[in-house]
Design a protein around this ligand. Structure first.
Ligand code: MG
Length: 158
């Protein structure tokens, strides 16, 4: 087994739709970024790449590359999942924590878990997404953006 850790953060940009965990969440400010800025999928990508020691999201999908402008992060995660499988691993489980003051994530958690599981081709029972606020502290607490922490376990395929 191999464990990997991922982190991502993005500022809010109210002019964009919010994509989180591969799900569009209406009625909330979006996130600034080169791609669709899905911070949850980005943290998952980095945790999977980290577990396999295959680099990071920036080395795979540079934000200086026009190919990835407005990219659907679901496609990026699918590409990374294929690379991880090619390296001889399957996803054991994923556990992510999303930190933001708004929107309230509770109503969207199961849709995000289902979508992430679908992209990875695993059961939703292997995908955990948890939401927290930062209790009003710091930049996240002031509502300037969102941060995500994620750990993933990979198992050797045999
Ligand atoms: Mg990102």
């Amino acid at each position: 087994m191999r464990i990997g850790f991922g982190y991502d953060s993005h500022r809010f940009d109210a002019s964009r739709p919010l994509m989180l965990g591969g799900v569009r969440i209406d009625g909330a400010p979006g996130l600034a970024g080169h791609s669709d800025a899905d911070a949850l999928l980005h943290a998952i990508i980095d945790s999977l790449l980290g577990a396999a020691a295959l680099g990071d999201i920036g080395s795979h999908f540079p934000d200086t590359d026009e190919r990835w402008r407005g990219a659907d992060s679901s496609d990026l995660l699918a590409a990374v999942a294929a690379e991880v499988a090619e390296a001889g691993y399957r996803v054991g489980n994923i556990d992510a924590t999303v930190i933001c003051e708004r929107p309230k994530l509770r109503p969207h958690i199961d849709a995000m878990r289902a979508r992430i599981a679908e992209i990875l081709g695993i059961e939703a029972s292997k995908v955990s997404v948890k939401g927290k606020t930062n209790e009003g502290m710091g930049a996240i607490g002031r509502g300037e953006g969102m941060a995500v922490y994620c750990v993933s376990l990979l198992e050797t395929r045999r």
